[in-house]
Write a new protein. Structure first.
Length: 450
């Protein structure tokens, strides 16, 4: 290994891919990115062409390898959670991947009673919600059996890439598997009862990928390695974007909480073990060993502020000045419920709607903007309180995402939650988490082939 090894992290997000090269200290050395589309072919749909994503990933991987002084020491992969991809016997997609943002499975939510939801959350760590692959599969079974009839295998973006790039066959990493609602967290294998529910009471007629740890080493297909120039690059399966962001940010200790607000938002804490963590309607996903990432994600982050600015743009020179004015304004009795896009945490209701409560003719545009800002902020804090109740009070909250560009909003968040809020210093945390998986696996060769 060279004196100053570089590690690559490939982070495939919802609308773009990034590949980053980090040195052993975590310093970002090189970065390449590429965009792709999130498609909405019908109301509620949010799907993607996995072949298009793979082509973008392959292009930027080849570009960064050509730009580095030598072969990197290793490569890890980060992918979004909750995707459902149906494939034929040859591993080719029979349609697009149904992403976390697709809410069409709301149509079958009434088929899960309160007892089932609690038991599933306890066993799998994934709330019963249209984002969950379990619920998506039940919707497909009930409403589109023709799509299942044309498929042989169940996968997602990660398992498709693994099969496309390597000789290892259909695999899925533990982090992504634990976000499907189909994995039993104690056995770390597929949960038979959850699979039966996904099949609407019948056995699910699909072959499932084998579950492996994040540090599982893969073997490149020779033709792919020649095409991309990766023959000398050790490849590790990696994990999910949210879990790897905590790893990449170094947030592995109690009391350190990650808060991200971009278009959406998330609060995450790393803890050890399963005991008592699923009584708070939070997700609980495997990281590695006995480490788990617990938290909640909201659909209603900066996107709600963007919507508000579009309504009020005649009164403010930009979204930043609007947020600053809202943060400085006095409180009124106006309340905004921020569920413009349905909601995941803290209410887990894809049909939830937004509302102004207490609106009167005397309220000004600044009053409306403040109510929206407080609604989004307090919704995030409600998730934070659940995370603290499940783990421990936050000593420090590490903030990331677009909202950190507003000093006024960060200050408001700290004031309202009563916690110290610091700006996270790790660039591209999910990509760095993926790179860290590769680095850790290579440092412990005996565990790299689990």
């Amino acid at each position: 290994m060279p004196d100053n090894p570089l590690y690559l992290g490939l982070d495939l997000g919802t609308t773009s891919a990034k590949i980053c090269a980090f040195d052993a200290t975590g310093r970002l050395i090189r970065e390449r990115s590429g965009d792709y589309e999130l498609l909405h072919p019908e109301p509620g749909a949010a799907v993607q062409d996995v072949r298009a994503i793979a082509e973008v990933a392959e292009r930027i991987l080849a570009e960064i390898l050509a730009d580095l002084p030598g072969p990197p020491a290793g490569l890890g992969i980060s992918c979004p959670m909750h995707g459902v991809l149906l494939l034929d016997a040859a591993g080719e997609p029979t349609g697009p991947v149904i992403t976390w943002a697709d809410v069409r499975a709301q149509a079958v939510m009434d088929r899960f009673d309160a007892s089932q939801r609690k038991k599933l959350l306890h066993r799998t760590g994934t709330p019963v919600h249209p984002m969950s692959p379990l619920v998506k599969l039940r919707w497909l079974t009930a409403s589109h059996p023709d799509r299942l009839a044309g498929a042989t295998r169940l996968g997602d973006l990660k398992s498709y890439l693994v099969d496309r790039w390597t000789i290892d066959g259909p695999l899925i990493d533990e982090q992504l598997a634990s976000a499907t609602g189909l994995l039993n967290l104690e056995t770390r294998d597929w949960d038979k009862a959850a699979l039966k529910l996904a099949g609407n009471g019948q056995a699910l007629p699909l072959e499932l990928p084998r579950v492996v740890p994040a540090n599982h080493r893969l073997q490149w297909r020779p033709e792919v390695a020649r095409q991309l120039g990766t023959s000398d690059v050790p490849l590790f399966i990696g994990g999910s974007d949210g879990c790897l962001a905590n790893l990449g940010s170094g947030l592995l200790e109690p009391g350190k909480i990650s808060l991200t607000i971009g278009t959406s938002g998330a609060v995450r804490a790393t803890h050890r073990g399963l005991s008592g963590t699923t009584d708070h309607q939070l997700f609980n996903y495997l990281l590695y060993d006995d480490y788990y990432v617990l938290g909640g994600a909201t659909n209603n982050g900066g996107k709600v502020l963007e919507w508000t600015y579009e309504l009020l743009c005649g009164h403010f020179s930009g979204i930043g000045p609007m947020i600053e004015a809202a943060a400085a304004a006095p409180d009124t009795n106006l309340v905004f419920r921020p569920y413009l896009n349905g909601e995941r945490a803290p209410v887990w209701d894809a049909l939830a709607t937004a509302a102004f409560v207490g609106l009167r003719g005397s309220h000004t545009p600044t009053d409306l903007a403040r109510a929206v800002l407080l609604g989004v902020t307090d919704n995030i804090i409600a998730i934070l309180r659940q995370v603290e109740a499940a783990t421990c009070p936050a000593e420090v909250i590490y903030a990331s995402g677009g909202f950190t560009r507003s000093e006024a909003w960060v200050k408001l968040m700290a004031e309202r939650c009563g916690r110290r809020v610091e700006i996270a210093q790790t660039p591209q945390a999910s990509a760095y988490g993926a790179a860290r998986i590769a680095e850790k696996a290579l440092a412990r060769p005996s565990s790299a082939q689990q």
